[in-house]
Design a protein around this ligand. Structure first.
Ligand code: SF4
Length: 377
């Protein structure tokens, strides 16, 4: 990969790239709600939500979160159930649990003072090099580099760098390039207020450069069909010059998908439903679901569930099947109503009976949230 870059004598001039990025951002930045503040807590929440999630999805979540938990103190004081409820539907719930535990650490260890430098942010739970660099540069204008999927794509194309950004050696080169560019931004003058988006606030040119790289990857240098004629970096872009923008970066082979089958019970008794909370250390930990279990290959889900509950298979009626995916897992989740008198109730030990009113207040996994509609139909 580096061989291709060398063969084409890639000589990116970081100060030129930084200057063009700042100029482009001044006319093209989106007016996003978290860009109207330099509050590091607000920036932190936005960066946590934006991982693996699109901007338009995040906007209502971020807005609701900041209304309910506007400070790190209020986040630390909140119960985890409420935090998960605010996050419900965003997925990757570990991010919410990390935000909560990091907020508690900030209050307990740092007296409520949020970090300033990227090194200090890195010490908090759930904060990696990208997030630390993003918060420190956006909120405090620190020349800290960032490298997420969007930025890696832009830099790989600028350098015509083959290899997957997930490979350690390729990633190291891209991080170095990102560092050179944001370091070069330090010498630029403070950005003027954006005339097309006067409410957007910038802490300085390092913030503008990093946000511009993110924005360019999201809006212009897209995974397919990049809009090279509209790109401020097209004169520096080696992949564009070679007519091979689509060849970079190398896409790593996806792991094979795995099919899994689950069975769960919709059990209603005396105005209450049987539900349980997932263990805190499990996938989707802390979220609620209807009790059930995973079936083995070739198992009949109804028979497996009946055996687990200690009822006859004839007492279970299929209410519906919800198919969904989590990373490489393709999951078929079968939901069965338990009907008729149960002679030997074998209520799962970790389950609880909740009223319909209670159910609405809980944070659910996505599939079981959809199953609520089945339960009520
Ligand atoms: S010129 Fe095209 S490929 Fe190169 S950085 Fe710009 S949009 Fe991406």
């Amino acid at each position: 990969m580096a061989r291709i870059a060398r063969r084409n004598k890639v000589q990116l001039e970081p100060s030129d790239v930084a200057s063009r990025l700042v100029s482009w951002f001044a006319t093209s930045a989106r007016d996003l709600p978290w860009r109207r503040t330099l509050d590091p807590y607000a920036v932190w929440v936005s960066e946590a939500m934006l991982q693996q999630t699109q901007v338009r999805t995040v906007i209502p979540y971020w807005t609701r979160w900041m209304q309910r938990l506007p400070t790190v103190q209020e986040l630390a004081n909140a119960h985890l159930d409420e935090v998960l409820k605010l996050w419900e539907g965003l997925g990757y719930y570990r991010r919410a649990r990390h935000l909560h535990s990091a907020a508690r650490r900030v209050i307990a260890v740092q007296g409520g003072h949020l970090p300033v430098h990227s090194d200090e942010w890195l010490a908090l739970p759930g904060i990696g090099r990208y997030t630390a660099g993003a918060i420190a540069s956006i909120a405090f204008n620190e020349p800290a580099p960032i490298l997420d999927g969007n930025v890696a794509r832009v830099l790989s194309r600028l350098m015509a760098m083959a290899g997957s950004p997930k490979d350690r050696s390729t990633s190291a080169v891209l991080w170095s390039q990102a560092a050179l560019i944001v370091k070069a931004a330090e010498a630029l003058p403070p950005p003027a207020p954006l005339s097309h988006a006067p409410l957007v606030r910038l802490s300085g040119p390092c913030s503008a450069v990093n946000q511009s790289l993110m924005e360019l990857g999201a809006l212009v240098c897209t995974p397919t069909n990049p809009s090279c004629p509209a790109c401020p970096l097209r004169d520096q872009c080696r992949a564009h010059a070679m007519g091979r923008s689509g060849d970079f970066p190398t896409v790593s082979t996806r792991p094979a998908t795995t099919r899994r089958t689950m069975a769960a019970v919709l059990w209603h008794r005396s105005g209450r439903w049987l539900v349980r909370q997932r263990p805190r250390d499990a996938v989707n930990g802390g979220l609620w679901e209807f009790p059930g279990l995973e079936c083995g290959p070739g198992d009949d889900p109804k028979s497996v569930l009946a055996r687990w509950l200690g009822v006859e298979p004839g007492q279970l009626a299929l209410a519906g099947t919800i198919r969904h995916a989590i990373t490489r897992h393709r999951i078929s989740q079968h939901f069965f109503r338990l009907e008729g008198p149960v002679s030997r109730p074998a209520t799962p030990a970790d389950a609880e009976w909740k009223t319909v009113h209670d159910l609405d207040a809980l944070a659910w996994t996505a599939a079981h949230r959809r199953a609520l509609a089945l339960a009520r139909s």
